[in-house]
Design a protein around this ligand. Structure first.
Ligand code: NAP
Length: 256
């Protein structure tokens, strides 16, 4: 029970395959109290159905991260139900599908702005909301990244610079929030078959390539990513902040 009594807010559960849902189940197993946010009405029922399978009822809030008022309402709601927050999980990304194939130089201004706003800027806005609820003992903030931030992955395109931006934010936030004992870390996960991932052109090829090239000769399991999140959320990682921890069966160490 590594997270017993901890209050965690998780953003990014779209369905059962979401990385955020695996994290939610692992946090629940470790004794955390959970709250969730969904982007819009379309996903509300699905999320309520999923959270109903957890052993304890969990509040759900609407929050489209492109809307400041919804972010503000989210944290007011979390304050109301929990009083304080120990863990924030940012597991959100979006880029228009037409930007996830072909050449990065064909990226549109609007596509880039949307991807940056939803996938990277949102971490800053959410961290600010979480900071106010983590006063006192501090807390742990986690975000999900991918190796496309630091290496070229064909078709990942604009999401590479966007994830690089997210990873830089993690370091800057770690510096800002460190004096309050709020740790900020990222998990750079190997590819997982989710709705967001399927938007990337030739994602199946990416999965096969990772499994072939990784030292463990397989793709990472979503439960392994979730257990890494438990580690970063718990006091086991109390000396770690500003880190991007790879959970990718070792793929990132390879040069050939
Ligand atoms: P997913 O299940 O599709 O989750 C992505 C989530 O982002 C969805 O819940 C989606 O909600 C949410 N989202 C998009 N726009 C939003 C907005 N404006 N406001 C609030 N939420 C919004 O995909 P996933 O693969 O688990 O992705 C989770 C994170 O892991 C992402 O940061 C992704 O880049 C990262 N990651 C994924 C992989 C992979 O291979 N799957 C690998 C490394 C890192 P809607 O469905 O309503 O749009």
């Amino acid at each position: 029970m590594l997270l017993e009594g901890k209050n965690a807010l998780i953003l990014g559960v779209a369905n059962q395959a979401s990385i955020a849902w695996a994290i939610a189940k692992a946090f629940s197993r470790e004794g955390a109290n959970l709250a969730f946010a969904y982007q819009g009405e379309r996903l509300k029922e699905n999320l309520i159905e999923l959270t109903g399978t957890l052993p304890h009822p969990s509040p759900v809030f609407q929050c489209d991260v492109t809307k400041d008022d919804e972010i503000q309402n989210l944290f007011s709601g979390v304050r109301h139900v929990f009083g304080r927050l120990d863990v924030l999980v940012h597991s959100i990304a979006f880029a228009p599908k037409n930007e996830l194939s072909g050449r990065i130089s064909d990226t549109t201004r609007q596509g880039f702005q949307t991807a940056q706003e939803v996938s990277a800027y949102s971490l800053l806005a959410l961290a600010k909301g979480a900071e106010a609820l983590m006063e006192g003992p501090g807390g742990s903030i986690l975000a999900m990244s991918y190796i496309g931030a630091v290496r070229v992955i064909p078709n990942y395109n604009l999401m590479g610079p966007v994830k690089a931006s997210l990873e830089a934010e993690i370091r800057y936030l770690a510096y800002d929030l460190g004096p309050k004992n709020i740790r900020v870390n990222g998990i750079s996960a190997g590819p997982v078959n989710t709705v967001a991932a399927r938007g990337i052109s030739r994602f199946g090829t990416m999965l096969k390539h990772h499994a072939h090239a990784a030292p463990l000769r397989r793709n990472v399991g979503v439960d392994e990513i979730a257990n890494t999140a438990v580690f970063l959320a718990s006091t086991l990682s109390s000396g770690i902040t500003g880190e991007i921890l790879y959970c990718d069966c070792g793929y990132h160490i390879m040069g050939m």
